[in-house]
Design a protein around this ligand. Sequence first.
Ligand code: 5GP
Length: 194
Amino acid sequence: MNDSPRGRLIVISGPSGVGKTSVVAELIAPTGSVFSVSATTRAARPGEIDGREYHFVDRVTFQQMIARGEILEWAEYGGNLYGTPRQSVLPILESGRNVILDIENEGAKQLRASYPSAVLIFIAPPDLETLEERLKGRGDTSALDISLRLDLAAHQIAEAESFYDHLVENVDVEETVAQILDILDNDGASATIH
Ligand code: 5GP
């Protein structure tokens, strides 16, 4: 796959409950980016709308999308499949706009291989206790899911240092957004897709 000549690919990863959704939402306008809407086999949570947070599909449909080459990267997470549709990324980059992806580590690794010039940013919680409190407070995740996600988070954080370009600790959303904007300003050359 060729790197796109135009927009910038901005990958934001981090454990579930770390506050990525709020951070990503606040990065869209100042970075002039489009959010890449992923496909997933997980059920929609209350308040989520098909086509806005995710394209909610069943496993057969997801596998057909992979077989047709419509998925740029994908991974299994917490028993569900998640993947980035090509259509959510390539036309945007080609039009010269930036794309922000909210994806987990395996997907980030795959994109790093395909798009060496992508900028990979990992958002970490101050500590696992804070993450647990946030997951519980969200009220949309079962106890079993919370313990599964905490295990996954510990694993993700442990491996993040080895391949992300930047790690940002999310204590306060505004502060985290400001730090990421700084990173993007100062990382322009390496992050721009040539
Ligand atoms: P959630 O179920 O909490 O919305 O997301 C679970 C995890 O899946 C998060 O870490 C999120 O970043 C990741 N994720 C969402 N979309 C994609 C995708 O398209 N590809 C990959 N690899 N991970 C994704």
